[in-house]
Write a protein that binds this ligand. Structure first.
Ligand code: ZN
Length: 422
C-alpha cells in the first residue's frame, strides 16, 4: 500500500496524487521557506539579525538555502524570547525539554494552538498506514495533558472511531502488562526500549491476544528491538520520527519499512555537509509557525535522505536512515561511536531490556539490565561489539543488574555518558 501521506500532501498542495512529484513538492517548499524567512525576520529579534540584508525572494533553490545560516539549540536555550514572534500572552503551549548536551540546560519551545494543529492532521493520515477505524489503540508514552503526544494522537484518531487509551510511559512492567491484557489493544504506540522490555516480560507472563501493530517513537529504534517485538507478539513494527521542535510529528515509515515519509508540506528537511555516503546532520525548517519559527534548525541527528522512489510507490524524499545522535556519540581511538550502534548489539541479546553506557578514553563500561531469572551472554556481546562497532584496543567492561519489574524512570531518550580522560 502506498503511504497515505502522499495523498494527504498532494491534497495540501491542491493537486492530485498522480501530479505529485519531488519537483512539485520542492517548488512548494521553496515558497513556504521564503514566507517563513520573511515572517521570522520581521517578527523575531534573532532572525532579524540573521537575515539582515537577505531578500527572502532571492531564496529560489536548495543551493540558495544552503548559503543561509543555521540555528542550533545553543542559540535557543535561555534566549527563547529572541525567537518569540507574538506577545507572550498569545502563546498557547510551552514545551520545556532538556538540551542534548550534558550540562542540564533546558530549552523552551513555544506554540500557538494553530502551530500544533497540523500535527493532529499528520498523525491521522500517517496512522492510516496501519490503523483501522474499529481498532483499539494503547498509547504507552506522553500523557494526557493538552498538546502531549497522547493527547495529539487521541484527537487525531478519535473522530474516525478508534478507541484510544493513554497509559503513559512503561516503568512498572506488571501494571503496564495488566493494562495491555485488560484493554486488549490492536495497536500500541510506545518508546522502543520500554516496549521491547514489555515484550520480553510477556514471554513469562502470558502473551497478548493479538497486538497487530506497534509504533515506536521518541528514541533510537534499534532493529533488534523491532525484531524482538515482532518475534514475540507477531506484530508489524513501525517507527515515527519527530521532535518537539518539529511540533512533535515529523515522519512515519510505511509498510515497506524503508525510512520515514516526512511531513514535507509542513517542513523542509536537509542534510548539512553530507559525507561521501550522504550522511550528515539533519536540519529542519517547520513552515507557518506563528509563535516561534525555527529556520535550518540543527536536530543533532546524523541521518541520510533518500530521493529514490519508495517500494511502496511513494515519490517524495524519505528520511532513510538515522545513524544516531551526535550528543550520544564519542570518539574512541579516532573513530566515532554512536550509542545507537551499541544498543543495536546489546538488544540482540534477548535478556537485555535496558542499558547504561559510559565511555572514558578508550574504555567502554556497559550496565545491562535484565529481567529476573535471565542473563545475557556477556562474552558474545563483547565479541559482537568488537567486531561491529568498536575500534581494536577498546576495553569493554560489562556488568548486569536485574530489574524486578521496574524500569528506571527517566527521559525517553537514553544518554551516553562520556567522561573526560583523567
Ligand atoms: Zn514507502
Amino acid at each position: 500500500m502506498r503511504t497515505p501521506t502522499d495523498a494527504w500532501i498532494a491534497s495540501r498542495l491542491g493537486i492530485s496524487e498522480e501530479e505529485l512529484s519531488a519537483e512539485v513538492l520542492r517548488a512548494y517548499q521553496i515558497r513556504r521557506f521564503q514566507e517563513t524567512v520573511r515572517y521570522a525576520a520581521g517578527h523575531s529579534r534573532f532572525y532579524a539579525g540573521m537575515f539582515a540584508g537577505t531578500d527572502p525572494d532571492s531564496i529560489c533553490t536548495a543551493e540558495d538555502i544552503k548559503k543561509l545560516g543555521v540555528t542550533s539549540e545553543n542559540d535557543l536555550a535561555g534566549r527563547e524570547n529572541l525567537f518569540l514572534c507574538i506577545p507572550p500572552g498569545s502563546v498557547d503551549r510551552i514545551f520545556t525539554v532538556p538540551t542534548t548536551g550534558t550540562n542540564g540546560n533546558q530549552k523552551r519551545i513555544f506554540f500557538t494552538a494553530g502551530d500544533l494543529a497540523p500535527s493532529v492532521e499528520f498523525y491521522y493520515h500517517a496512522f492510516l498506514t496501519f490503523i483501522r477505524p474499529e481498532d483499539r489503540l494503547l498509547v504507552m508514552m506522553g500523557g494526557t495533558a493538552e498538546g502531549s503526544v497522547g493527547d495529539t494522537i487521541d484527537r487525531s484518531l478519535s473522530p474516525i472511531g478508534v478507541t484510544t487509551r493513554v497509559f503513559g510511559q512503561v516503568t512498572d512492567l506488571e501494571t503496564a502488562w495488566n493494562a495491555v491484557m485488560e484493554f486488549r489493544p490492536d495497536v500500541i504506540v510506545g518508546i522502543p526500549y520500554q516496549i521491547g522490555a514489555l515484550a520480553a516480560w510477556s514471554r513469562s507472563h502470558g502473551l497478548p491476544h493479538g497486538v497487530r501493530c506497534v509504533l515506536l517513537s521518541a528514541d533510537d529504534v534499534p532493529n533488534a528491538v523491532r525484531q524482538r517485538i515482532s518475534g514475540i507478539w507477531g506484530a508489524e513494527v513501525y517507527s515515527h520520527y519527530g521532535l518537539t521542535e518539529t511540533g512533535l510529528a515529523g515522519g512515519v515509515d510505511c509498510c515497506a519499512h524503508r525510512g520515514y515519509h516526512l511531513r514535507s508540506c509542513d517542513m523542509y528537511a536537509e542534510i548539512l555537509d553530507p559525507d561521501a555516503d550522504g550522511f550528515g546532520e539533519l536540519a529542519v525548517t517547520p513552515f507557518g509557525r506563528r509563535a516561534m519559527p525555527l529556520i535550518r534548525y540543527r536536530t543533532g541527528d546524523i541521518a541520510r535522505i533518500s530521493t529514490e522512489r519508495c517500494p511502496c510507490g511513494g515519490v517524495l524524499p524519505r528520511l532513510e536512515t538515522i545513524r544516531g545522535r551526535l550528543s550520544n556519540s564519542c570518539m574512541i581511538s579516532g573513530q566515532r561511536v554512536f550509542l545507537s550502534q551499541i544498543e543495536e548489539e546489546v538488544f540482540r541479546d534477548d535478556a537485555a531490556v535496558d542499558l547504561e553506557c559510559t565511555v572514558t578514553g578508550n574504555e567502554l563500561v556497559l550496565l545491562v539490565r535484565t529481567l529476573p531469572q535471565e542473563e545475557t551472554d556477556q562474552e558474545a556481546l563483547k565479541e559482537r561489539l568488537m567486531r561491529a562497532v568498536l575500534p581494536a584496543g577498546t576495553k569493554v567492561r560489562i556488568s548486569e543488574e536485574t530489574v524486578c519489574g521496574f524500569l528506571p524512570r527517566r527521559s525517553p531518550k537514553k544518554r551516553m555518558v562520556v567522561n573526560e580522560e583523567v
